[in-house]
Design a binder for this molecule. Structure first.
Ligand code: FAD
Length: 257
């Protein structure tokens, strides 16, 4: 098998290497200094200026999240490079889900700004009450209620949900708890962060660190209502995540305790 990279990938590797040398490594100290300064001023959850500057430079350099694997090898050398190149979790996985399963409206509303690096997103699967390494244990509920879905549950480790740029979550819950196959009981649904009933409870520390300004918070979902998709667009298998959620009304509380 030929593992040689294509000429295009080699060119991208060279350009990314130059970008890392010129913009990422020299800014690592500035990134952490900015986070520390924000924390010292009482709010570590402010997105950093240096990250937005790097993202703009990466866009200008034509570095996108295409032809990813050989480039991830390079970006993995710095804590701050993946976000600068818009290749950071959980956005990359969420963007892939939207590309594959999103309808046109979902792509317009969420995928485009994610690809442009204008917003961020989260993935709400893990729950404090159950062993979530086995996703069949997930217990949050998504219940059909007329032309809405009603969502209730408590999640934690929802990386990025405390970041003010995080505008949407992919939420996993049970839609068919009595299905004889435990692997066919759950579905995923898009939940805009400003949907009434979505509340960031606290940020969960990892080895004593809160990982500002990203964070991995605990998030409560109480009677969160999501509107169903237009007929015909969402009739596929429930586990594809092809449902749309619409929000209206008051903003969610997002300041972690
Ligand atoms: C920094 C960080 C970021 C994260 N970001 C996200 C995120 O964005 N979204 C999200 O949804 N989650 C996120 N997670 C959560 C992560 O996916 C879970 O912690 C992981 O899936 C394990 O689930 P758990 O914590 O419930 O552990 P558990 O499932 O309770 O597992 C604990 C231990 O018990 C073992 N175990 C579990 N069940 C059994 C069994 N039946 N028999 C024997 N052993 C068992 C496991 O192997 C493990 O060693 C994040 C976690 C961290 C630390």
């Amino acid at each position: 098998m030929d593992f040689e990279h294509t000429a295009r990938v080699k060119d991208l590797q060279a350009r990314l290497s130059a970008f890392m040398d010129e913009h990422v490594y020299p800014n690592e100290a500035r990134f952490f200094a900015e986070v520390e300064a924000n924390k010292a001023q009482g709010n570590g959850w402010v997105p950093t200026r240096v990250m937005e500057e790097m993202k703009a430079r990466a866009r200008a350099a034509g570095l996108t999240n295409l032809e990813y694997a050989p480039l991830a090898e390079l970006t993995g050398r710095s804590h701050i490079a993946p976000e600068a190149l818009n290749c950071a979790a959980p956005d990359t996985g969420n963007m892939e889900v939207l590309v594959r399963y999103g309808n046109d409206e979902q792509k317009e509303r969420w995928l485009k700004p994610l690809l442009a690096g204008e917003i961020r997103s989260g993935f709400a699967m893990t729950e404090p009450a159950v062993a979530s390494s086995d996703a069949t244990n997930v217990s949050a509920s998504i219940v059909r209620d007329g032309d809405h879905y009603l969502i209730n549950g408590r999640k934690w480790w929802t990386s990025g949900a405390a970041d003010p740029r995080c505008k949407v979550l992919i939420f996993m819950g049970k839609t068919d708890p009595s299905n004889s196959s435990v692997h066919r009981q759950q579905s995923m649904i898009l939940v805009p962060m400003d949907t009434p009933g979505v509340r960031v409870v606290r940020s969960v520390p990892v080895f004593g660190c809160l990982d500002e300004p990203h964070g991995h918070p605990e998030v409560d979902f109480e009677n969160v209502r999501s509107k169903r998709c237009a007929a015909g667009r969402c009739s596929g298998p429930r586990s594809t995540g092809s449902w749309r959620s619409r929000a209206s009304g008051a903003s969610a509380s997002r300041t972690p305790a």
